[in-house]
Design a protein around this ligand. Structure first.
Ligand code: FAD
Length: 415
């Protein structure tokens, strides 16, 4: 059996794995990425938010992405019946990137791994991690290739960036139920041949069909658009037929988009992911760390997935580099607490979206530009900026402002 010894093993070559591997390789460590699939492969998560640009830039993966001409995203638009709420990332409280991209992930992720391979990073495809054991800080990982050949890797550190594969959470019994409501999603791509005249694709749209159910419309620069419904699992399952038949029935509920997409062929049989939210008991242990979706996933509503994936990858890679260089790292405060602070902010926004409180603020008739800028920073992924009251006081501020919005509405009705 083939055996290898390296510094860091990265499981999974999504954005999280690529950012982590790039950082450690640049710092001179021996890194290996093992990826179950052959690239390009489909994965959902197509609308990015600006914060992830910091990470791609920091690890030297920005130029290869810029060359690809992905659709630039400058904001997000929320529709509720006749009401419209637009966020423009250039009008936000926190300094930082004011644009990002809307990307078909198959091409986006392959761009990242092609760049790693070009630089000489060891990335192996069609190799699946099936087992792991720890001896002190050192680990032995079992890998099976597509012919069924088994090999082993001894690594000083494992970064689990396996996304919904959730390799270490499963192998080490780290999974725990999420506190986010049980939502599911059905989605596909469509050749967007009926775009309205003068239409620009620089932002994504959320069509709010009901308090808990919404449709995303994410245009790409290649002429295709991603459409997908998110809603309570029971509700999505109440539609009958194949996933295509279900999605077509749900599209009819969208007053804004039914005409544009009705009858157009779907590029692939719509995929359904059930009970999206995931959580874990701990984000790290001796000799390993969980990043991206392998650690935590809340909900697609604010497109935070890739940014959490790259934030956790970049941070954990920096901490591993320090530890391998003999420095002491306090993983609890420097990694876990930091990441969970960001998760906590976003989970307030996700929960308050579905209680309807955030929707009241978004669709109020008396919009406050300062509040808008502060919320825009959260939506751009700058959820660690405690100078932003909507970060620092997220637990109570969203509810309080929603309550005031209600009172204003009541008063306006009485006068
Ligand atoms: P991934 O990109 O999933 O990559 C993990 C990789 O690990 C995969 O390539 C997989 O093949 C590999 N792998 C798995 N198991 C193994 C194994 N045993 N051995 C080796 N390799 C393995 N995020 C956004 O930012 N914007 C959005 O608009 C958005 N929309 C979403 C909509 C839905 C319906 C859902 C469910 C999620 C959405 N997300 C979105 C979240 C997004 O999909 C993820 O957060 C993001 O892809 C996480 O990146 P990652 O690198 O952690 O994992």
């Amino acid at each position: 059996m083939k055996e290898e010894k390296i510094d860091v093993l990265v499981i999974g070559a999504g954005p999280s794995g690529s950012v982590a591997a790039s950082y450690l390789f640049n710092k001179g460590f021996s890194v290996k990425v093992v990826e179950k699939n052959k690239f390009p492969r489909f994965v959902i998560g197509e609308s990015l938010i600006p914060r992830c640009m910091d990470h791609f830039e920091a690890v030297g993966l920005m130029d290869c992405l810029k060359e690809k001409g992905f659709e630039v995203k400058t904001g997000a638009r929320f529709l509720q019946g006749k009401k419209v709420c637009e966020f423009d990332f250039s009008k936000k409280h926190t300094k930082g990137w004011d644009w990002t991209w809307q990307v078909p992930r198959a091409e986006f992720d392959k761009t990242l791994t092609d760049e790693l391979l070009k630089r000489g990073v060891d990335v192996e495809f069609e190799k699946e991690v099936t087992g792991v054991s720890f001896n002190g800080n050192h680990s032995r990982t079992t890998i099976v290739d597509k012919e069924g050949t088994i090999s082993e890797i001894e690594a000083k550190f494992i970064i689990d960036s396996s996304g919904f594969g959730r390799v270490l959470p499963r192998l080490l019994d780290l999974e725990k139920p999420s506190v986010i409501p049980k939502h599911s999603s059905i989605f596909t791509h469509v050749k967007d041949v009926r775009k309205p005249e003068g239409w620009e694709g620089h932002r994504i749209t959320f069509d709010i069909v009901s308090q808990e159910t919404w449709l995303w419309v994410i245009p790409f620069s290649n002429g295709y658009t991603s459409i997908g419904y998110v809603g309570p699992t029971d509700y999505l399952e109440s539609f009958e037929g194949t996933t295509e038949e279900r999605l077509r029935q749900m599209m009819k509920l969208s007053t804004h988009y039914n005409d544009r997409f009705d009858g157009l062929p779907y590029e692939f049989e719509p995929k359904m992911i059930k009970n999206i939210a995931k959580s874990v008991k701990q984000l790290y242990g001796k000799g390993y760390v969980l990043t991206g979706n392998s650690a935590e996933f809340l909900d697609p509503v604010f497109s935070s997935g890739v940014t959490f994936a790259t934030e956790s990858a970049h941070l954990s890679a920096q901490l591993i580099a320090r530890e391998l260089n003999g420095e002491r790292v306090d993983w609890e405060t420097e990694y876990s607490q930091y990441m969970l602070e960001g998760v906590d902010v976003f989970s307030t926004y996700v929960k308050e979206w579905y209680t309807g409180n955030l929707q009241k603020i978004f669709f109020t008739d008396s919009e406050n530009p300062i509040i808008k800028k502060q919320i825009c920073s959260v939506l751009a992924g700058y959820v660690w900026d405690r100078s932003n009251p909507f970060v620092k006081n997220h637990h109570r501020l969203v509810r309080t402002v929603a309550h005031i919005t209600d009172m204003e509405k009541e008063n306006a009705g009485q006068s």
